[in-house]
Ligand binder design. Structure first.
Ligand code: NAD
Ligand code: A1AUG
Length: 525
């Protein structure tokens, strides 16, 4: 056992992780190259078409071949999830807690293997991958403890009239579609699946086609832990046909989605339009997270916090810092220190210990990076650091790009507003803290935000006025990244989320249940 927990903000690692992780890198390769079915009601199903998943580190590494499940597979899986619902929801809630705790234990036992898988499939470094697996374990255990503390959401209520015995019972809805993104293929998928299963709902899980192997492994883990076949089903394949079915199918009780704003808003709109009545859509979406650095800030701390949050996993986190606003009087000092620090970042093969971040997920991400740089320069932006796509050797195989800082663009430029999901940091300046807050809030998004200031009054002003769901002050380990279950409930305001309740927080499970007020009148009245 490791002595300390390994999180996203761990600044030092236990030496022993390296040997175990490196052994797992070799072991996990034995899983590669297999053909994987879809799982419906515990049956292995094949589709008419298949697709291959390859590693972003080197597309020569074939991770596996997967079924391209279409509308038919989605419908069959919804039927299986509905068939399993009475039994799964009718179990004692303590049984479901025991199963999810077992799933957490299995994930923990295989943490190095799973971290190695994440490295190959998503391109994360060992630090990011191990933290993600730890997040998954703690997320599942945290939800179990919340459910237990809430007595399975059964509460005795007051008796308003003689003989009336009243209870509030939070009940599951039915079969949920769970749709996950590529950037946290284990933690976020496991979190959404658990939200649904623990509370008695059943699941049709569709992982992204960018990281489908993690999806298959996660499905197997939940089944091994004791989730009944049919209570969880797995459909791999493109999002479009799956989405078309789940937004309109009357037997879909709800959708849990984490991913881009465009897809999430489409699901919200279409579900409202197509379903016979309102169904819950738990949507955790993108962002454009700001950091404010005031004149009172510890500049070294601010630079470290911004660098870790802007470039951890190559900026491919919904929580990544993508805008930094610096008070004019310290801007020059901050920019110099930032340039120096960014130029020391090592981009390369994420399997290597000394690498800070690896490849972007795919060629589309590389194109987004290139086009943003061209646009910034065309519109008068200046490169403080980076701006290049790396070439030659391993770099020529995947999408490897330099961490980039751009200044000189007007605050209302598109690049200050759109989520890019690549390692590009936009830098602007402000005169007063009020102006800094106005700039930070000038976006539809509202997921995470940070401030660096040594003045408590400034920090209070920031907390009171920033329009984001997850906010940090003076966080060297990650100015806007690295929320942890049970500590920082992770939910977006405005366009960044649909429920106002954070994942990994005390209210998350409530999105998967609806209240029933039960009144029993005893016979003598
Ligand atoms: N707020 C959060 O908690 C959070 C966490 C992680 C990632 N994200 C966001 O996710 C995005 C990155 O992930 P991504 O590139 O995988 O997102 P994405 O929206 O491209 O894909 C997410 C999932 O949606 C599926 N999908 C695509 N089109 C669909 C459709 N029409 N109907 C149904 N499903 C469809 C995909 O196959 C995938 O499984 C970023 O915007 C990031 O900010 C948000
Ligand atoms: N817990 C992670 C989740 C990021 C999602 O993309 C963070 O806070 O950075």
């Amino acid at each position: 056992m490791l002595e300390s927990k390994f999180t996203y903000v761990s600044l030092e690692s236990d030496e022993r992780i390296h040997g175990e992780y490196e052994a797992a890198l070799i072991e996990v390769e034995r899983e590669f190259g297999e053909r994987h079915p879809i799982y419906i009601g515990g049956r292995e199903v094949t589709a008419r078409r298949e697709f291959e998943a390859r590693s972003p580190i080197d597309p020569g590494i074939l991770l596996g071949t997967f079924q391209e499940g279409g509308e038919e597979a989605a419908r069959e899986a919804i039927a299986a999830a509905n068939e399993a619902f009475p039994d799964w929801s009718g179990r004692d809630w303590q049984d479901r807690v025991a199963i999810i705790r077992r799933a957490a234990g299995l994930i923990e036992d295989r943490r190095f293997w799973l971290a190695a898988l994440i490295t190959y499939e998503a391109g994360k470094t060992r630090y990011e991958a191990l933290a993600e697996v730890g997040e998954a374990v703690d997320m599942l255990r945290y939800y179990c403890s919340i459910y237990e503390q809430s007595n399975g959401y059964v509460s005795s209520m007051h008796s308003p009239a003689p003989g009336e015995e009243c209870r509030s019972v939070m009940r599951p809805y039915g079969a949920w579609a769970v749709i996950s993104p590529f950037n946290f293929p284990i933690a976020l998928a496991a979190g959404m699946i658990t939200g649904a299963l623990l509370t008695g709902n059943t699941v049709v899980f569709k992982p992204t086609s960018k990281t489908p192997l993690s999806g298959v492994i996660l499905y197997r883990l939940f089944v091994e832990a004791g989730v009944a076949p049919g209570a969880i089903n797995l459909v791999t394949g493109p999002g479009g046909p799956f989405g078309e079915v789940v937004v309109a199918h009357p037997d879909v009780a709800g959708i849990a989605f984490t991913g881009s704003r465009a897809v999430g808003e489409w699901l919200l709109r279409e579900s409202t339009a197509e379903q016979p009545y309102h169904k819950p859509v738990v949507a955790e979406l993108g962002s454009k997270n700001p950091v404010i650095v005031t004149a009172s800030a510890d500049i070294e701390k601010a630079v470290e916090g911004v660098v870790r949050a802007a470039y951890g996993f190559g900026g491919q986190k919904c929580s990544a810092t993508s805008r930094v606003y610096v008070q004019s009087s310290v801007a020059e000092r901050f920019i110099e220190a930032l340039r120096d620090r960014v130029n020391r970042i090592e981009v390369g093969d994420p399997r290597r210990r000394e690498v800070t971040y690896g490849p972007l997920i795919d060629d589309d991400a590389r194109l987004t990076f290139q086009r943003a740089i061209e646009e910034a320069i065309r519109d008068g932006g200046r490169l403080v650091a980076g701006g290049e796509v790396l070439e030659g050797g391993l770099y020529g195989l995947g999408a490897y790009v330099l961490p980039t800082v751009i200044t000189g663009l007007p605050h209302n430029h598109r690049l200050f507003g759109d989520e890019l999901f690549v390692p590009i940091l936009l830098l602007g300046t402000f005169e007063s803290l009020e102006e800094g807050l106005r700039l930070a809030n000038a976006t539809d998004y509202g997921l995470t935000a940070g401030i660096f200031s040594e003045d408590p009054a400034e920090i209070r002003y920031f907390f009171d006025h920033i329009q984001s769901g997850v906010v940090y002050a003076n966080r060297r380990g990650g100015a806007t990244t690295g929320a942890w279950p049970g500590a920082q409930p992770f939910g977006g305001w405005k366009a960044s989320g649909s429920t106002g309740r954070g994942a990994g927080g005390p209210y998350y499970l409530l999105s998967f249940v609806r209240e029933q007020a039960q009144t029993l009148v005893t016979e003598r009245y």
